[in-house]
Design a protein around this ligand. Structure first.
Ligand SMILES: C=C(O[C@@H]1C=C(C(=O)O)C=C[C@H]1O)C(=O)O
Length: 278
């Protein structure tokens, strides 16, 4: 029996997936690539069994998923790839209509929390798929994530750049968890041995990746637009470990999201424990 695994099409997932695919037996794994919002939907509908997925997704359907331990995509301070590009300083954004990428489900809500809860602003938000320069002709500020944000920050433009990982850390002193590895509970029940092996393969892949950043950076096609040293710096700034402090940051995010009405309630965070607690 095989497992269908979502693979976020961003550089932040490259180290772990490269180590998994180069060093483990992946014959029982079928990979589906996409942007987070698209993979989140496929996971929710059962088209995917396991996926690094937007952390907010768990809060929407806590009965549907378990969280794989020891894995996440997070930052303790700046993250470099979740960025608000703004034609005016942040302090002048109260009341503005802000553009937001269609690819994100977590960071769009982090932006709401930063502007409404931390700053006390009132904003309207619109989704946009426009490239950065055009989007900034339509909106005073635009949120991008992933490779689009990395590329936007590398380009020369007349704008301010705010890193949402940094703004969260300044306000809370806690890590921010952008993505978690979710497994569907019905998959754990139907394929317990396969899920146990995959959970362990992913953690081993993460540890292998930590030792291989320069090698992986020298091979990726994205080196056409990002310098391998800059890529290694980016991977080093991302925190892939899920510690007690990360879980504390995650729970704080969920309670702010619930207070804003984005989540119906603060979910209980339940980790996969080899099939127990399904
Ligand atoms: C740090 C990042 O985290 C991401 C942000 C996500 C979101 O906002 O929904 C989802 C997955 C992660 O890839 C990033 O994309 O740059």
């Amino acid at each position: 029996m095989s497992l269908t695994i979502g693979h976020i099409d961003y550089l932040n997932c490259t180290p772990i997936f490269t180590a998994l695919q180069n060093s483990m037996d992946c014959s029982g794994y079928h990979f589906v690539r996409g942007v987070p919002s698209c993979l989140n939907r496929k996971l929710a509908e059962g088209e995917i069994d396991v996926c690094p997925s937007s952390s907010i997704e768990y809060g929407k359907y806590p009965d549907r998923y378990l969280i794989l331990p020891e894995l996440c995509i997070s930052s303790i301070g700046p993250v470099k790839s979740v960025l608000l590009f703004s034609t005016v300083p942040l302090e002048r954004l109260d009341g503005a209509v802000i553009g937001m990428t269609t690819e994100s489900d977590t960071s769009v809500n982090l932006l709401r929390i930063i502007l409404a809860t931390f700053q006390g602003y009132t904003n309207r938000f619109e989704r946009t798929g426009l490239p950065l320069a055009e989007a900034l002709n339509s909106y005073p500020a635009v949120l991008l994530i992933g490779d689009q944000a990395l590329r936007g920050a590398l380009g020369r433009g007349d704008f301010h750049v705010y890193d949402l990982g940094e703004l969260w850390y300044r306000a809370t002193g806690l890590p921010f968890v952008f993505a978690l590895w979710f497994v569907r509970r019905d998959t754990v029940a139907a394929k317990p041995a396969e899920v146990a092996r995959l959970a362990s393969d992913f953690v081993r892949a993460k540890k292998l990746a930590y030792d291989s950043y320069p090698t992986i950076a020298s091979m990726v096609p994205e080196r056409a637009w990002i310098d391998p040293d800059a890529l290694v710096d980016y991977w080093k700034i991302i925190s892939y470990d899920l510690t007690a402090a990360h879980l504390e940051g995650l729970k704080l995010f969920y309670s702010h999201a619930a207070a804003l009405g984005v989540l119906p309630a603060v979910p209980e965070v339940r980790l996969y424990q080899g099939g127990r607690g399904v």
